[in-house]
Design a protein around this ligand. Structure first.
Ligand SMILES: [Zn+2]
Length: 78
């Protein structure tokens, strides 16, 4: 898991390019979703974390964002 506040924009771009970051989460609400998630884009940088995959997010006690999972049901099987 990466904290947005701990990575520079340059590092983040590299992580995205390498496929190291596929999901974003809200540290305060303990919810994770896709990087395109509307609610994810609205949250504060200090609350945002990034995950490589769902297993990592689940392990840390995060719940999936309902919006994302309704729109993209294929994510359920990841
Ligand atoms: Zn979402």
């Amino acid at each position: 898991m990466w904290y947005h506040k701990h990575v520079t924009e340059e590092e983040l771009r590299r992580l995205l390019r390498n496929g190291e970051v596929l999901l974003a989460g809200n540290l305060r609400l303990k919810i994770y979703g896709t990087l395109r998630c509307y609610s994810g884009k609205r949250m504060k940088r200090e609350n945002r974390v990034f995950f490589k995959h769902e297993g990592e997010a689940r392990l840390l006690g995060f719940r999936p964002c309902k919006n994302c999972w309704r729109k993209n049901s294929s994510l359920k099987s990841v």
